[in-house]
Write a protein that binds this ligand. Structure first.
Ligand SMILES: *[C@@H]1O[C@H](CO)[C@@H](O)[C@H](O)[C@H]1NC(C)=O
Ligand SMILES: *[C@@H]1O[C@H](CO)[C@@H](O)[C@H](O)[C@H]1NC(C)=O
Ligand SMILES: *[C@@H]1O[C@H](CO)[C@@H](O)[C@H](O)[C@H]1NC(C)=O
Length: 378
């Protein structure tokens, strides 16, 4: 019965997508980590977190490895297609801002950086995300040097501050305010903070750590509100204990329950924070995508949703194909459409497609208090 309902709900979401006079926004500004990065880290020569090598991009037009941690498009791209009729806007670091904001075709920018988090320290030093090390183990020299691994969320917000200046110069204060108040601010972050906390064996109590993430998030959201943002699409932390890279730590191949507990705690924190901010800013609107529920639903109803593999990575090596990043010598699965995970951390394009459709048209169990289509129309 429950399964049937879920399937019907998903079908409805898809129908809503196809039939509704789809709600759009003038621009989308994307922030966060590798789930939304479309090539930011390609501009950080010293970064360990780069995906601009095959087999990444094998299903992208031209088979190009763009820096997306995916076989094709990621969730940010697929949502942008629904919201601005194009894949994600380009990385902030890849364009000449002063000229890009003048273009009629300007639909926003992408600031997301793989490996980053809410805390400035996340991703900056070597992470113990994986049991068997990162693809390029940083040597002493690269740690000593000033080479950046990631652009933290704080720095991404500063970059947006620059863009705000450029927009104001081009469109004036009122024009900029008008554009930004209707645009969607998409943020997908915090998983890397939680990974680092868990694997560093920190003695900070869980409650204190999660609340420190909430405080950092509040600071950044207030900065965006001050710059004129009013529509927020927030992606909460998925059941990261179920990533193939984390299942490797469990002898049974099951999920790491403690990590999933952190993800649920973070979801509660972010829900309360958004509620608080929206009572302060009466013209603010938001959606929180519950990627925890969405992903657990896929894992529990895999067959109904046409996934036959929800634990192994499609591209990788070793146990669960999850002991190495995706790279040209990796083992590649034969049918990417039936895998939930592309690599040890990230979903396949097929899974991202389902996620985007659910965020856009899904029910409150998966996205609340309103979905992204309602947010765009609000
Ligand atoms: C606009 O962008 C350029 C870089 O493209 C930057 O040098 C400049 O200071 C920015 N700010 C304003 C207000 O134009
Ligand atoms: C490992 O997975 C099993 C399910 O297969 C689960 O019951 C157990 O709690 C998990 N262990 C840890 C350490 O999370
Ligand atoms: C699953 O695959 C079958 C056959 O390809 C298709 O008819 C069905 O619509 C798919 N179901 C979902 C939920 O995608």
């Amino acid at each position: 019965m429950a399964k049937r309902l879920v399937l019907i709900a998903l079908c409805l979401a898809v129908v809503a997508l196809r039939t509704a006079n789809a709600a759009k926004v003038p621009a989308i500004f994307i922030f966060g980590d590798s789930t939304a990065d479309v090539g930011t880290n390609n501009f950080l020569p010293g970064s360990k977190f780069r995906a601009n090598i095959p087999f990444n991009g094998i299903d992208f037009p031209g088979g190009k490895a763009t820096g997306r941690f995916s076989n094709g498009l990621n969730s940010a791209d697929l949502l942008a297609m629904l919201l601005v009729n194009k894949i994600s806007p380009p990385p902030f670091l890849s364009v000449d801002i002063a000229s890009v904001v003048k273009k009629k075709s300007f639909r926003g920018l992408n600031f997301a950086s793989g490996g980053s988090g809410l805390l400035d320290i996340t991703g900056q030093t070597m992470l113990t995300l994986m049991k068997f090390g990162t693809p390029k183990e940083p040597n002493h020299d690269s740690l000593q040097s000033k080479q950046k691994n990631v652009i933290s969320l704080g720095e991404q917000i500063q970059q947006f501050h620059t863009v705000h200046g450029n927009l104001t110069k081009t469109k004036g204060l009122t024009g900029t305010k008008n554009l930004l108040s209707k645009s969607l601010f998409f943020i997908s972050t915090a998983s890397n903070d939680i990974f680092s906390y868990y694997h560093s064996g920190s003695t900070i109590p869980k409650e204190d750590f999660i609340s420190s993430l909430g405080l950092a998030y509040e600071k950044y959201l207030r900065a965006l509100l001050d710059l004129g943002a009013r529509k927020f699409g927030i992606i909460s932390v998925p059941p990261i204990g179920c990533c193939p890279s984390q299942r490797v730590y469990n002898a049974t191949g099951g999920c790491l329950e403690e990590l999933n507990g952190h993800a649920r705690a973070f979801h509660a924190t972010i829900g309360a924070l958004m509620n608080k901010l929206s009572s302060e800013y009466k013209d603010m609107k938001y959606s929180v995508g519950n990627t925890y529920e969405m992903t657990i639903n896929v894992i529990e109803n895999a067959a109904l949703l046409n996934f036959t593999e929800v634990a192994r990575a499609c591209c990788g090596a070793g146990k669960l194909n999850a002991e190495a990043f995706c790279q040209p010598k990796a083992i590649l699965c034969s049918d990417r459409n039936v895998y939930l995970f592309w690599d040890l951390f990230h979903p396949t394009q097929t899974a991202a497609q389902l996620a985007a459709a659910t965020l856009y048209g899904g029910e409150q169990r998966f996205v609340s208090p309103i979905n992204f289509a309602q947010l765009a129309a609000a």
